[in-house]
Ligand binder design. Sequence first.
Ligand code: GCO
Ligand code: MG
Length: 418
Amino acid sequence: MKITRVRSILTAPDGIALVVVKVETDQDGLYGLGCATFTQRPTLVARAVEEYLDPLLAGRDPANIEDLWRLMYLNSYWRNGPVLNNAISGVDMALWDIKGKVAGMPVYDLIGGKCREAAMVYRHADGRDPQEVLENVLKYQEQGALAVRCQMGGYGGRVKEITRATAAPSEAAPQATHRGATPDRPASAFPGAYYDPDAYARSVVALFDYVRPRVDAGLFLLHDIHERLAPIDSIRLARALEPYRLFFLEDPLAPDQIEWFRRLREQSATPIAMGELHINPVEWRALVAEQLIDFVRAHLSAIGGFTPARKLAALCEAFGVRTAWHGPGDVSPIGHAANLHLDLASPNFGIQEVIRFGEPLREVFPGTPELRDGYLWANDQPGWGVDLNEELAAKYPIEVTPVLWTQSRWPDGTLWTP
Ligand code: GCO
Ligand code: MG
């Protein structure tokens, strides 16, 4: 069997740019699909696939996944960047899809079989104030959710976006439109997504103080700091949240702050989740081996796909760390299926993040996993069990514009990790 062509498909059925890679073979009708979604830089991933991986892989046997993964990884000499990792992931997941189709088995069967029937998921409850967040949590609770993430406003609390127009030097500083986490800022402030880290941290404690006693005691609650605080303020917040028994507190620190995790661990018993921003194995090795985190959360395509994620899951198992793979809207249904197959086959699975899959997305990707009663369910079709309707995908072109939300700023205008 030989690979004949590797190409990428860009589509945005639910309004978020997704990158899918298709690996075609010389066997009639046999192909595989993989997720390569880096939504902030989708066209670069597509070019890496078509200009470098397609010629590299043409004529090779798709059965040798381990060898092909290393071939793609080492071929650029410089490695471990998000663009190339995503491109490698697109091919890697497609090769697993092909292997499953050849064997007539879902991927979770290929890697050892099910440890559980379905994966417990958490839903996202947002709101402008604690009351609105609570209403959304209760709505999910009624629908059978077992776990809910609570956020007030965007990441970092209520964010006020200043565009170039409102930040013209002749204008007075834009005024705060609501109390709380929207700060005043200097006149002629740079454009960006402004938030006040101190007000944000206080608002999170107030949020859980309001929500926790008003929902079922057994409902799991989560929160994502999204690296919005200075390290010591994250530690203080993790301690303040202990009485509310979070299932986990996510991204209290940035990937390059490994030393701070040691301090955080000594200070707080709030369970910690980390890893959606990881791209290089050195970023997670110490966190897992020193048991500094409780849940690993890699974005599968950003670390290079299913092959490295499977190894990461096994490493975590040895150290008592559980998995909580990244599953937001900027993961394609193929990527969600890859998360799910790993969830089903990993003894140390913890929880799965998931979004509501919109109707257009389900039509473009027939076989998308089903969300039911607080769990995500896979079908038992060979490979990932998810296909791509390319004609329909073409009806949802992606849009490439400068990303504003990653220009997150503190009240004085300082850029901070988004
Ligand atoms: C999460 C996240 C995401 C990211 C997004 C970036 O789901 O935990 O932090 O929503 O912000 O994937 O593109
Ligand atoms: Mg997150």
